[in-house]
Ligand binder design. Structure first.
Ligand SMILES: Cc1ncc(COP(=O)(O)O)c(C=O)c1O
Length: 446
């Protein structure tokens, strides 16, 4: 097989004319709320393995994976061939007909989750999946109250924006009533305490919020095991065990939003809830399941799934192409031990990134699990003042050097690294070298 590391083209410094024109047309025709990366946005036309190529043919090592979605890499024959074959056989039938791949996938997901979670509903995105979770929990509990974490992100729709952090909080007009708990953000503890002496006030706050701000019977508690858009905020190991004990005492369902943390990305387990040793009542999934083909859904207990007493369907949810892609992707992840790879390469990468901390004062925190790693940038380590401008320059410098990274956090000051799970230690070395140079250039330019 050709080694794509040796094929890196020299970066052209000019913004390709057609990309400039596309950016203009994007601004002209799309909602202004849909932002783009970079001063000079690029079109990624092609991908191969862990590499992507822009319209000028420049090669980039992709450490963002389409926002933690391309879990097995680009142009993988074992995944793409079954998708193409399904497309040629029949692309769509609707959920009013039996869909073999949908049923097989539901069985597979049940086998991957605790036995109590035995009913699946498929959607096309994470937002819709969270909507489904809100529907069943609010119906079941006859409550429009939800407990969520600060710095969370659960989607872009009318209800889910209401359960998401600024600046993604487009609307709070939905009748969903969300009560916020201080989140397990050790680097910026809401109580300015230090772990473990803090006694996990963040977990205990769940009980305080239930007792002081809800009717006492909220529909559910929703959390991402690692807060994704919030900046890969990684709770301490005992956090969810403590929270679950509180939820159980009040009989409140736990919705685990695994949209970013599933399918082996975090290395130690298939799911985030497993890494934290708890069992949720609803699991929400999307993003990386079908390696870039749109899919989402929920897995719930019988009781919660049966809360919908009217008819319900999703025209495209569980569509033959999406579910065929998902099965092929799960097979690829399993046969190539990609979860184990995420654990090994992710461990190596986080150690190497922590070494960069010595050289670059803008690095305030390095955190994460497996191949879900964040670097939080600050102007000054003592004050922890967020440095989104430095990150803006680092983004431009990494792009110039052929590395794609992601961005997140309340203040847009967190680098998010979530490459396809096939990356190697050599890729990690390349990414660290480029980040090292980019930090140096960004500091010089500041
Ligand atoms: C944890 C989490 N939940 C839900 C969503 C919404 O998913 P989608 O963009 O597929 O609607 C996202 C998207 O980033 C997410 O990270």
């Amino acid at each position: 097989m050709t080694d794509l590391h040796d094929q890196a083209t020299a970066m052209t410094s000019d913004w390709p004319d057609d990309a400039a024109d596309l950016a203009r047309r994007h601004r002209e025709s799309l909602f202004p709320s849909v932002g783009l990366f970079y001063d000079e946005p690029i079109e990624l036309r092609r991908g191969e393995g862990q590499f992507v190529y822009d319209s000028a043919g420049n090669q980039y090592l992709d450490f963002f994976g389409g926002i933690a979605t391309v879990s097995s890499g680009y142009a993988i024959p074992e995944i793409n061939e079954p998708i193409k074959a399904q497309l040629d056989r029949i692309p769509h039938t609707s959920t009013l007909f039996l869909i073999r791949s949908q049923i097989e996938l539901a069985e597979r997901l049940r086998a991957m989750t605790p036995p109590r979670l035995n009913k699946v509903f498929f959607t096309n995105s994470g937002t819709e999946a969270n909507e489904a979770a809100f529907l069943i929990t609010t119906l079941n509990r006859n409550s429009n109250e939800l407990v969520a974490l600060r710095h969370s992100y659960h989607g872009r729709s009318f209800a889910t924006t209401n359960a998401s952090q600024t600046p993604w909080r487009a609307s709070t007009l939905s009748p969903l009533h969300v009560h916020y708990v201080g989140n397990p953000y050790c680097y910026r503890c809401p109580w300015e305490k230090t772990y473990p002496d803090c006694g996990l006030l963040c977990a205990r706050d769940v009980e305080a919020v239930i007792r002081t701000t809800t009717s006492g019977q909220p529909a559910g508690f929703i959390a991402e095991p690692i807060q994704g858009v919030g900046g890969f905020i990684t709770p301490p190991p005992e956090y969810f065990v403590m929270v679950k004990e509180i939820l159980d005492r009040y009989g409140i369902p736990f919705i685990s939003d695994e949209v970013q943390t599933a399918w082996g990305r975090i290395g130690v387990a298939d799911w985030g809830f497993q890494a934290y040793g708890v069992e949720p009542d609803v699991v929400v999934f999307a993003k990386g399941l079908a390696n870039g083909i749109p899919i989402g859904g929920v897995i719930a207990t019988d009781e919660l799934a049966s809360s919908i007493r009217s008819l319900s369907l999703s025209t495209f949810g569980g569509n033959p192409i999406a579910t065929t892609a998902a099965m092929a992707n799960l097979n690829f992840i399993a046969t190539h031990n990609l979860r184990e790879n995420a654990l090994q390469v992710g461990g190596y990468l986080i150690d190497r990134l922590r070494e960069l901390t010595e050289r670059h004062p803008a690095i305030g925190d390095v955190r994460g699990m497996g191949l879900m790693i964040a670097i939080e940038l600050v102007r000054d380590r003592a004050t922890k003042e967020p440095a989104p401008d430095i990150l803006g320059r680092v983004m431009e410098e990494t792009k110039r050097r052929g590395l794609i990274i992601g961005r997140g956090g309340l203040h847009a000051n967190v680098i998010r690294l979530c490459p396809p799970l096939i990356v190697t230690e050599r890729d990690a070395d390349d990414a660290v070298r480029i980040l090292d140079e980019a930090f140096a250039s960004a500091a010089a330019a500041g």
